[in-house]
Structure formats: C-alpha cells, structure tokens
Design a protein around this ligand. Structure first.
Ligand SMILES: [Zn+2]
Length: 419
C-alpha cells in the first residue's frame, strides 16, 4: 500500500514483539511461531477512520421513516449505563476485528460522566484493537462542554494501543458566540496537548466548512468528517492547512447526505474511509464500504473503469492511517511498522473461481469478513483459523442482546416512542 510497494507473489513477514522486522522470500526465523498463509492474501489491517462504536447495540432501530437515526440514537444513547457502553463498544470492536479492521477512530459522543468514558476506554483495551478514542460530550447537541479534565486523565495512561483525541462539534447555531467560546477552549486544549481532533461537517455543511476556514480552525491535527458536497475552494483550504478528511460511504448514503463520490476528494492527500457506527452502516464491514464507494463512482460517472481497486484498498488502509496521524505505526506492510495484519482466504464460494488476474479487484468486489481468517494487531494474534481468540462468542452475543433490550426498555420509560 506504499507508493513504491510491490506485491510479493510469495513471501514471508517476520514479526518480533509488536513490529514487522522483515519482509521477503525465504526468511529464516528459527523457533518462530509460523502462521501458514499459503494460497491466501496478506494485507495491512483496515483503518476505520471514523466510527461511533457505542451505537453497535442499536441494530435494526433506524427505519428510514418510522425512526430516523439522529433522534432514535440520541434517545437510546441517553438510556445507556456504563455497562451498556462497555458492551456496545466491546462488541462493535470485535466485529471490526473479525472483518480485518485493526484500527478504529472512535468518535465517542455519548459520555454522560467519567464512568461512561472509562467504560468505553476499557472496552477498546479489552478488545485489543488499535484505537483513538475521540472523547466527546454527553450527547449530540452542543449545549454541554466536553469533560477535558477526564479526557486528559485517560490520555495520561499512555496505553500502547488506545490513545485519546477530541470528538469536537461546532455550535448548533453558528451565530452563537458564547457557544463558540466554549468550543474554542476545547479546541485550544487539544492543540496544546497535540491530540487529534475530529469534527463533523454535515447538515449545514457549507456554512460549517466556511466557519472552520474563516475562524482558522483547519490544522494538521484536525480531521473533517463527511463534507459530502464540499466545494473545491473548501477542499483546497483543507489541503493547504494540512488537515485530513474522512468519508463514510454507507452511512452517508443511508442518512441521505448524498452520494459519496470518492473522486470528488482526489485533491486531499490525507484521506480515509470510516464505517461511522456498525448499526448505522448495517455492519462493521469495510469491504461493504469499499464496494459501495467503487460502485457509486462507476455508476455516477457511467464508467466501469473509473474505480481503481488498489487505490480504494489504499484509502481503507494507509489513507485511514494518514487521516488519523497514525501512518508511522500502521496502514501498510513495511519494516518498522507495528504488525497490524489481515489474512484473507479465498476458500469460499463467494471468492471461488479466481484463476489469476488482479487480486485487488478480487478483494474489492468479492471479499467479506468471513474470508478474513487471521487478524493480528500490534503483533498479537486476535483471530486465527476464522475464530476470534479468547472470545466466548455466544456470551458476547447474549450480552449484546440483553443490553440492547434493557436500553430500549429504559428509553421507552423516559421518552415517548415514535408512532
Ligand atoms: Zn460520525
């Protein structure tokens, strides 16, 4: 996935401790544990550059008409206790890992009090995924400040895989200067501590993007999310400021932001893809996002040849890592990087009949999470032979269902349900 990177038709990857120490043919490593990948594809783990894992236990709740995502997820989010947060984020992270996603930029905008933040952080640690937990406020309004004191205490833990960023929002009313003052304090805090910051640009996207530009908030530690119909001048300002951009093809089209035209953003060098919440996207499947992005591109351009499969795979790996500022650690298979790896076996009916050709096209159009047989994060084998290591799946699923039911019950007692 690097600009000078070539495919190795056959080869070995040597991992020592957390990192890739050699890549080549016939490497010698006496005494090493060997994971046989003959006949399979070895790729860097995917980077889900923007997500909301706390909505994982809201699957099937958004029904496009009877219950839109924003009001429904907000009402259910209010009814979540810290243990529900833990369940949702843990389950969601496992789903990502299962499908070859080794890094998540988790925009956690449902932190009612420190215990909620702690539960989310712990869930990410326990799942074993690499993550930036973007610490947010108690809900999606912009009435309340973000608890930066608690966010700072989590950042000081210096966990090797889970770090902290800021889940920032622009004032709901863009003319509300008092709210801007509050938001500015949060922004300056992130800047001062060199923490990454993500911000949605959606809804009143054009005015929001202009506000970011006019108030000089675009910077290298800032990631803009969505900006579906951003104008060329706005994207140029983002690029000049060294900021990054993440789009989330499935969720953007589901909630009606418009068509996610990947080619629209080709001038942005730090550009990644996100799932934006497993339940909103339907599943935590990066392959499904890649496919939709490719099909939207060819459909909108009426040109079958427009999508470049390798370019799309790069967006989902190195591109996402660059968008999160994690490209030194992850996003490609290269000596010195952390060992974040997925192995994809084509031994399923859905990938059958490949007799040579472009493996990138095969992966883009045919691979599914079930083809991901092995997942390694930071040198730790978290999935092997198609099974998540050390996970009692039946218990995880039962816990997720129990929590989802309890959340709905609590929410029904406090908020009127939509007809
Ligand atoms: Zn989002």
């Amino acid at each position: 996935m690097t600009p000078d990177g070539n495919d190795l038709p056959q080869g070995d990857i040597l991992i020592r401790n957390n990192s890739i120490v050699a890549i080549g043919e016939h490497l010698s490593a006496p005494g090493a544990n060997i994971i046989e990948a003959k006949g399979s594809f070895v790729l860097p783990g995917f980077v889900d550059a923007h997500s909301h894992l706390w909505v994982t236990t809201q699957r099937g709740q958004f029904r496009n008409g009877a219950g839109k995502f924003f009001p429904v997820s907000s009402a259910l989010g209010k009814a979540m206790q810290p243990e529900d947060i833990h369940t949702a984020i843990y389950t969601g992270a496992l789903e990502l890992l299962n499908g070859g996603v080794t890094t998540s930029g988790d925009f956690f905008d449902n932190i009612h009090a420190p215990a909620w933040g702690d539960a989310g952080f712990r869930a990410l640690q326990e799942a074993g995924i690499r993550a930036i937990m973007f610490y947010g406020g108690p809900d999606k309004t912009t009435r309340y400040p973000i608890d930066i004191t608690h966010a700072a205490s989590l950042a000081r833990r210096h966990d090797p895989r889970v770090s902290v960023g800021l889940a920032w929002r622009l004032p709901r009313q863009l003319a509300d200067e008092q709210n801007w003052a509050m938001r500015d304090r949060e922004y300056q805090w992130a800047k001062q501590h060199s923490l990454p910051l993500q911000v949605h640009v959606s809804g009143e996207a054009d005015a929001m993007f202009n506000a970011l530009i006019d108030r000089h908030y675009l910077a290298s530690f800032v990631t803009v999310v969505h900006a579906t119909d951003a104008r060329a001048a706005q994207l140029e300002a983002l690029e000049t400021a060294g900021a990054s951009l993440v789009v989330t093809p499935v969720s953007e089209q589901r909630v009606g932001y418009g068509l996610t035209r990947i080619d629209h953003f080709k001038g942005v060098s730090r550009f990644g893809l996100g799932i934006d919440g497993n339940s909103l996207a339907g599943s935590g499947d990066m392959y499904a996002n890649l496919r939709l992005a490719a099909l939207t591109m060819s459909g909108a351009a009426a040109d079958e040849t427009r999508p470049d499969p390798r370019q799309l795979l790069k967006m989902a790996t190195l591109g996402g890592a660059q968008a999160l500022g994690l490209e030194k650690e992850t996003g490609s298979l290269a000596v010195g990087k952390r060992a974040d790896i997925q192995i994809i076996s084509p031994d399923t009916l859905s990938m059958s009949g490949f007799g040579g050709g472009d493996p990138a096209a095969l992966l883009l159009y045919s691979a599914q999470p079930q083809n991901v047989t092995t997942v390694i994060v930071d040198g730790r084998v978290l999935k092997q032979n198609g099974t998540l290591s050390g996970v009692d799946l039946a218990e995880v699923l039962a816990d997720a269902q129990r929590s989802a039911e309890a959340i709905r019950q609590r929410a029904a007692q406090t908020t009127p349900t939509a007809p």
